[in-house]
Design a protein around this ligand. Structure first.
Ligand code: PLP
Length: 448
């Protein structure tokens, strides 16, 4: 076999890599050792040097129906032949309304309206703005605070990084973070919950911290609490039993909106469509993106409870009710992709498949316990993580080496800090789960 690192570099040799400033990437290291993909089909990427890579992360938590699903590809092509674009302000097109109807009816739980964006970051900023404007419209303008959570990831807009709890994403922008934001502690404590399968039994009490923040700031100043039901980008931090329920109770008691950021957890990642049907907790607003189109065209949005939408629908009919929106809110191609993706999820019962495969992934990933450097393993639905001990003075280098090893030997995984993360498409087979985890085992043994 040709050395994969050298052959990938050969394949990238005719490209000028310098002009592209890559997002969330160590640009200089990447450009010295480029790892490129040129095609994707189902569960696999093809690398620039012609190798097949099993995709262990559904693209970036988005290609939940696998890559280039023929029905989604066909729907996008058909849409492109008919209507490429229509302004979303003061004009409508059929696919936008059809997707809104399909999505709200599939979501249920009183989520009767949806506002479309292009990304998860925009979905979060939209949700925060809806929350502020909602309280103001109700005559409760004193509610301006948001409560996020440590280690939370809500995208990269100024709203998202303000309520988010990733230090690296915030510290350079500290002077411009939105005011009045406080944070709950995260729920991850290895001394209490290492190697938990599914929801940890310890940690539900940490939701009481919200009550403390309410006492500190007074409920009348707090607009919304925003959390990811399962913290994905922080490395699959699974909500402790009872935690989300407790947050819901406290929010309801104090008139605070509860926003679930389901950009990762949505569309079957943890079983059903959204967390309400997994954890039995219904928020007031759901933000989503990624899986809505199975990653084929960017699309995101905020689903809101009927009462929130209705609050805005007052005043003279000819006035705009909410001064917010994007040129590409509900882009026709994105909506066509979304409609097709929802139909694929339904007709192939991919959410049922996710629920059925979750125990297989759980058993496979926990079989890595005892392998070198492994200090925790956790899982929730079709998401799993292996946390490693760091090399002294070199946080995240071991995980990075494992990511590179996997790429060079046949699989795409992800790493964040010292955590290896898996979140394969819901179409993965049991054999492929075994292959993915066995490659990870090989990597753990091989990487010092
Ligand atoms: C929970 C959550 N919210 C928001 C985002 C941001 O989404 P995007 O990268 O589409 O802006 C992400 C991305 O991973 C996410 O996981």
């Amino acid at each position: 076999m040709q050395d994969p690192i050298a052959s990938n570099q050969d394949a990238a040799a005719n490209l000028n890599l310098a002009p592209l400033w890559m997002p969330f990437t160590h640009n200089r290291l990447f450009k010295q050792h480029p790892r490129m993909v040129v095609q994707a089909d189902g569960m696999y990427y093809t690398t620039a040097d012609g190798r097949q890579l099993l995709d262990g992360l559904s693209g970036l938590w988005c290609s939940n129906a696998g890559h280039r699903h023929p029905k989604i590809v066909e729907a996008v092509k058909a849409q492109l032949d008919r209507l490429d674009f229509a302004p979303p302000f003061q004009t409508g097109h059929d696919k936008g309304f059809e997707l809104a109807a399909a999505l709200t009816s599939a979501t249920g739980h009183g989520f009767e309206h949806v506002f479309f964006t292009n990304s998860g970051s925009e979905a979060v900023d939209t949700a925060l703005k809806i929350a502020l404007a909602y309280h103001k419209t109700r005559g409760d303008a004193g509610r301006f605070r948001f409560i996020g959570r440590a280690r939370g990831y809500h995208g990269v807009g100024f709203g998202g990084i303000s309520v988010g709890g990733m230090v690296a994403n915030r510290k350079a922008f500290a002077s411009a973070l939105i005011p009045g934001v406080d944070h709950l502690p995260h729920t991850h404590d290895l001394s209490q919950m290492a190697f938990s399968r599914g929801q940890p039994t310890w940690g539900g009490h940490l939701a009481e911290e919200l009550e403390r923040l309410v006492q500190l700031h007074d409920a009348s100043t707090i607009a919304a609490v925003i959390v990811e039901p399962m913290q994905g980008s922080a490395g699959v931090l699974v909500p402790p039993l009872g935690y989300l329920e407790r947050l819901r109770e406290i929010c309801t008691r104090h008139g605070i909106l509860l926003i679930f950021d389901e950009v990762i957890t949505g569309f079957g990642r943890i079983g059903p469509m959204f967390s309400a049907d997994r954890f039995g907790v219904v928020p007031d607003i759901i933000t989503f993106a990624k899986g809505i189109t199975s990653g084929v065209i960017p699309l995101g949005g905020a689903l809101v409870q009927k009462g929130i939408y209705d609050t805005f629908m007052t005043g003279p009919d000819h006035l705009v009710e909410f001064f917010h929106g994007y040129t590409y809110s509900g882009h026709p191609l994105a909506c066509a992709a979304g409609l097709a993706a929802l139909e694929v999820y339904r007709s192939e019962d991919l959410f049922g498949r996710s629920a059925a495969l979750a125990p297989v992934l759980e058993a496979a990933i926990h079989s890595l316990r005892g392998e070198p450097h492994v200090i925790d393993i956790r899982n929730c639905g079709m998401a799993a993580a292996v946390e490693l001990e760091s090399r002294p003075g070199a946080v995240s280098q071991r995980a990075m080496d494992i990511f590179h090893y996997c790429f060079d030997h046949g699989a795409m995984v992800r790493y964040t800090g010292e955590i290896i993360v898996l979140g394969p498409a819901l179409t993965i087979s049991e054999t492929q789960i075994t292959q993915l985890v066995e490659l990870l085992r090989q990597a753990l043994k091989a990487v010092p």
